[in-house]
Design a protein around this ligand. Structure first.
Ligand code: PGA
Length: 262
């Protein structure tokens, strides 16, 4: 895994935005996999800013989000559909018809999960999957012990995850218990992965992902199997890694290695 360590969260967000913007600039019809959560908000702010000030266009880009809460219709204030519209889609020139999230209000969430996989395949697969990481090591809503071979399906959320999401809902009871999420094998099938993690609360999960054993106990560790996975970290999120000197030798200041395209 490529580990890029930046001095602070703002620099990490800019670095992650550089990677997304380069792909979109090089391949205007690319397929992006997108994530939600607090970590992603400044990334979408930065990409939105580049759309306005640098003319970065998403007009031909297609997107597939990782997950959606079961039971919430797209117009629910706490749905990920709403999150994506407000945080990103309404601020750029993307064609709403080219944006995709699982329907949390589908009558048959299992059929919706299968259909979502098919929609990704029909689009030609995901070129770059953007990811956050949960404090418990989840990616998407693939909670610990998720099969490393899993595809898009229904997952029951852990109480830890529900507590982390509680801030977006009025009460803990209203915080959804289930989600449709891309599976770990779905994520691994994307042609490249970009995981952004900032803040000390993510340090243990990041260490498990990069240096821990490959294990369903830390679903993000599955990225060790991906041939083109990049973790962009700030110093706090990198704090529990044991090989920081090595990562900084290969990627000084979070830059590409001398052998990569700059
Ligand atoms: P966060 O969520 O960015 O809100 O910390 C990340 C995740 O749970 O994947």
């Amino acid at each position: 895994m490529k580990v890029l360590i930046l001095d602070n969260a703002e620099a990490a967000v800019r670095r992650a935005a550089d990677i997304v913007a380069r792909l979109v600039g090089d391949r205007p019809r690319c397929v992006l996999g997108l994530a939600t959560g607090g970590t992603m908000l400044p990334l979408y702010d930065e990409l939105g800013r580049r759309h306005v000030s640098d003319g970065l266009s998403f007009a031909q880009v297609a997107t597939f989000n990782l997950d959606e809460y079961i039971g919430l219709p797209p117009d629910h204030a706490c749905s990920y559909h709403t999150y994506m519209r407000e945080a990103f889609f309404d601020r750029i020139d993307i064609d709403p018809a080219r944006t995709h999230l699982p329907r949390g209000d589908a009558d048959d969430p299992q059929a919706e999960s299968l259909a979502y996989e098919a929609r990704i395949a029909d689009a030609g697969g995901i070129d770059l999957q953007v990811l956050g990481i949960g404090q418990n090591g989840h990616i998407g809503f693939n909670e610990p012990t998720s099969s490393l071979g899993s595809r898009t399906r229904i997952k029951t959320l852990t109480d830890d995850t529900r507590r982390a999401n509680r801030r977006f809902f009025d009460t803990f009871d209203q915080t959804p218990r289930h989600a449709i999420t891309m599976g770990i094998a779905t994520i691994l099938q994307s042609r490249a992965c970009l995981l952004l993690a900032t803040g000390a609360a993510k340090a243990e999960a990041v260490a498990g992902m990069v240096e821990g054993p490959l294990s369903a106990a830390c679903p993000a560790s599955a990225l060790q199997l991906h041939a083109d996975a990049t973790a962009v970290l700030d110093r706090d999120a990198a704090a529990a890694l044991t090989l920081v000197d090595y990562y900084e030798t290969v990627h000084p200041g979070g830059r590409e290695s001398v052998f990569d395209r700059t």
